[in-house]
Design a protein around this ligand. Sequence first.
Ligand code: TMP
Ligand code: ASP
Length: 240
Amino acid sequence: MTALQKLYEGKAKILYATADPTVLLACYKDDATAFNAQKRGTIAGKGRINCTMAAHLFRKLEAAGVPTHFVNCPGPDEMLVRALTIVPLEVIVRNIAAGSLCKQTGLALGTELNPPLVEFCYKNDDFGDPLVTEGRIYAMKLATPEQVREIETLTRRINDLLREFFQQCGITLVDFKIEFGIDAGGRIVLGDEISPDTCRLWDAQESDPVARVLDKDRFRQDLGNVEGAYQRVLDKVLAN
Ligand code: TMP
Ligand code: ASP
């Protein structure tokens, strides 16, 4: 399916219309940003790696009964996806304390979170994607109570499936961010991507706090060998 006009360019992907109005083409970019795009760079091969990894994980989740927007990949950094009305929430799951949770609460890095935390942020760069309460979600009409319940149920199921899958790969799924949309039938569907850009992934065999990091924290914190870590995650994922 050939790309028609460009619909939207985000920080990590460009979305194009296709001849089928129900299907869009997502082109994954090598561009990397952090801290609401205050830090910018390029991670060579990231578009191909994230697209290939997300496709592999979407297929696994679909096979386990989770509805996703994935259709297929016409190229290594290109993904055809079903058009969705995006729910403007970033849904964050935390199995282990890291990142902004540690900064905002004083919880020590590495603290196990049982049950895992499911948190909602308002997806809007102008406000810096702030954490929102359920009350604010309803006041802002970002989603209905039924949609929030459905999103949380799906999110916990996705976490169970991904945690087990990454464990088989020798990787600890520390935390991740996912997004949902609504399809033409009103069904809540997993959208966006799942990749080292959107997950914290630690090498399960490695105790060194820098060497174990296999995700975008290597870029955020200038830890070096970003490309090598992304490729290692992809190799492990494709082997499982
Ligand atoms: P945080 O600890 O910075 O809040 O990040 C939690 C998780 O969400 C982590 O896996 C990285 C991911 N994330 C995104 O995918 N996009 C973002 O804009 C941010 C801030 C985090
Ligand atoms: N993706 C976000 C940004 O570009 C933040 C992050 O991943 O750290 O600003």
